[in-house]
Design a protein around this ligand. Structure first.
Ligand code: PKZ
Length: 210
């Protein structure tokens, strides 16, 4: 982990814990007031210097991608569980992750929209690392069984690639039971296709070098 990650990663992790405590703490009103005074002090410090816009995607000096603001994988983002992916030799992508009690939808269970967020990211990342990056065009979910909170597993594989479109399938399980199945179509957007075509034509038209 680099020096910046070592500073901002623990901040996001602290905020994940606070998020859960906001849901489950049973301290009295006076204690909530005292906690809020500390949070206000932290807010004032962190707000001293901020970006003007979203974090976006950054690149390190050695070309590694940083999606630290991303709501599913972002190291800096307390909303993100965060997911960490492992890619198998056959292109399958897996993630073991843990959902705290702040992700509840139905009582005691994971919110269905959170499962959608996770599957969107896992399937989209799978398309990207298998050579067909794109935006989510269509994401179809089948909620087969209730998804608990806590330790969960997601995985995905490319079903097929048709030109600019990757068809990816995947699921979330609790380790034994498949809870949610997903199919996604990921499409390289027109603007990206046009940019790639313009770059290819600029290379073709460049004068030969000695
Ligand atoms: C350089 C790379 C950039 C990408 C970066 C990668 C980042 C790598 C991170 C990985 C992790 C991401 C995981 C989170 C991913 C999100 O959360 S993305 C956010 C949610 N999605 C969006 O906001 C997408 C919004 N929609 C769009 O931008 C555009 O509608 C689309 C989907 C890119 C398609 O636009 P387009 O390229 O102008 O489409 P168009 O030329 O009309 O059609 C192309 C083909 O796609 C088909 N198509 C069009 N729309 C759809 C659709 N909704 N469903 C199915 N098929 C469709 C058309 O029928 C056509 O098919 P063919 O006739 O060629 O067979």
């Amino acid at each position: 982990m680099d020096a910046e990650a070592a500073v901002v990663g623990p901040l996001a992790e602290d905020l994940r814990v606070l998020n859960e405590l906001s849901v489950v703490s049973e301290v009295d009103a006076d204690a909530v007031g005292r906690a809020r005074e500390h949070l206000e002090a932290a807010r004032a410090i962190l707000a001293e210097k901020t970006l003007d816009g979203p974090y976006g995607v950054r690149f390190t000096a050695d070309g590694r991608q940083r999606s630290w603001g991303n709501a599913a994988v972002g190291l800096r983002n307390p909303i993100a569980p965060p997911l960490e992916f492992v890619k198998d030799d056959d292109g399958t992508v897996r993630a073991d992750y843990f959902l705290r009690r702040g992700y509840e939808g139905p009582p005691g269970l994971t919110h269905g929209g959170i499962s959608a967020l996770i599957l969107d990211q896992v399937l989209g990342y799978t398309a990207t690392v298998n050579g067909c990056p794109g935006m989510t065009g269509t994401l179809t979910l089948r909620y087969r069984n209730p998804t608990p909170l806590g330790a969960l597993h997601a995985e995905a594989r490319v079903d097929r690639i048709e030109g600019i479109k990757a068809f990816v399938v995947g699921h979330i399980s609790d380790g034994e039971t498949v809870c949610v199945e997903a199919e996604g179509v990921f499409i390289l957007p027109r603007w990206a296709r046009e940019r790639m075509a313009a770059e290819a034509s600029a290379v073709t038209e460049a004068p030969a070098q000695d």
